[in-house]
Design a protein around this ligand. Structure first.
Ligand SMILES: [Fe+2]
Length: 380
């Protein structure tokens, strides 16, 4: 079976050898049997933080709106119709907890509850609804949610600004004046986690979310190590990725991303966050896989969060594409990946590093080498 191979071309990609280019897709990511359930949307992301007030200040400057503030919990919404898209609970240590996804029918929850033995319970945040709270192989929470109440959308610009092209002027006797303000967030779009066993986590997420791999990056040996997965909405186009699984020495949160309207929204939101003194991380730029315009920030608890706009969407006829993993393949223009994005082993990773086996260690080494290759040396 031939796998669609999409060679990513950027300055520096001519370093690829024929052997390297032959490898991606040689070990495909298998869909397996029918998933238990197919999710239809993101619901929310969940964190634990010591300082809820500071987190709220950042999230408001980032473009969210407080939906409900309790002494020990914070629920933030976007400008879309979800009652909340982000929840933080007070705790001693800053921790990523997990994420929630919407399912289409109550029967979906019943089936999952029956198959997993986990009870259906009420969602404790605004908007109510029912959920089945699952735990992924690394212990991250995955909630499947049904029946929460939508809220009225909030007013914000939802139309593109009229653009003047060299041979087509749409804006006459008028100006571009996007306001300096927080970048209004429409929704929680995706999150990226590192997983301690890529194959095991892929199988788990495929079964419990029904997701499809859109783009898969592979090592020089062809081993899949980074999967950008989208929801299967049938003929309805879905975002290029909603869940991204990355192989690594241990399990951890990498970043979460929130959709905004366009480049100007992101640009003015960027200035706004700088003005407020928050810490910038990476961007602006445009991704290659997914095509999003992006801008990454660090929240007060050092979690990476991303604004994005203009991402690709695909329906379920789109086939998985395989690529050689390297650093340059992650963005089309903008600054090089920040050094802080490099994966550093932690103490908790030691058992896996000792017991992972020779094959696993080889994969880790190949990933390390791939990420060490400087694709655009002039950016350093
Ligand atoms: Fe992202």
């Amino acid at each position: 079976m031939t796998m669609p191979l999409d060679q990513i071309v950027y300055p520096g990609s001519d370093q690829y050898t024929d052997q390297e280019l032959a490898a991606p897709g040689s070990i495909p990511v298998e869909l397996g049997g029918e998933p238990l359930v197919t999710v239809i949307d993101t619901a929310y992301i969940l964190f634990q933080v010591p300082d809820l007030q500071k987190q709220q200040r950042f999230l408001e400057d980032f473009g969210m709106v407080a939906a409900q503030v309790r002494p020990d919990s914070l629920y933030m919404r976007g400008y879309g119709d979800a009652p909340y898209i982000y929840a933080a609970h007070r705790g001693d240590k800053a921790r990523f907890l997990g994420a929630g996804f919407r399912v289409a029918r109550e029967q979906d929850l019943q089936r999952v509850a029956q198959e997993t033995g986990v009870s259906i319970e009420e969602v404790d945040g605004p908007g109510g609804g029912l959920r089945v709270r699952l735990s992924d192989p690394d212990g991250f929470t995955v909630d499947l949610v049904w029946g929460r109440e939508a809220v009225a959308i909030l007013p914000t610009r939802r139309e593109a600004l009229p653009v003047n092209l060299p041979d087509r002027k749409q804006r006459v006797n008028d100006m571009q004046r996007p306001p300096l303000q927080a970048s209004a967030i429409e929704k929680f779009g995706h999150y990226v986690i590192m997983v301690s066993d890529f194959e095991r986590s892929w199988q788990w997420y495929r079964r419990h979310l029904g997701i499809l791999p859109t783009d898969v990056q592979c090592t020089v040996s062809g081993r899949p190590v980074l999967a950008f997965c989208r929801m299967d909405l049938g003929e309805v186009p879905a975002d290029h990725h909603t869940v991204v699984l990355a192989a690594g020495p241990g399990a951890r949160y990498m970043h979460s991303a929130y959709e905004t309207l366009d480049l100007d929204t992101i640009g003015q939101g960027h200035q706004y966050l700088r003005q407020k003194g928050w810490k910038h991380f990476w961007g602006l730029g445009r991704h290659i896989l997914g095509s999003q315009i992006f801008d990454y920030w660090l929240d007060p608890h050092h979690f990476e969060v991303e604004h994005y706009a203009d991402g690709d969407v695909f329906d379920n006829t789109w086939q998985t594409r395989y690529h050689l993993m390297d650093r340059g393949g992650l963005w089309a223009w903008g600054d090089d990946l920040p050094a802080a994005m490099a994966v550093r082993p932690r103490i908790a990773d030691i058992p896996k590093m000792l017991l992972g086996g020779a094959g696993w260690r080889k994969t880790m080494l190949e990933m390390k080498r791939a990420m060490a290759r400087a694709p655009r040396p002039w950016l350093k």
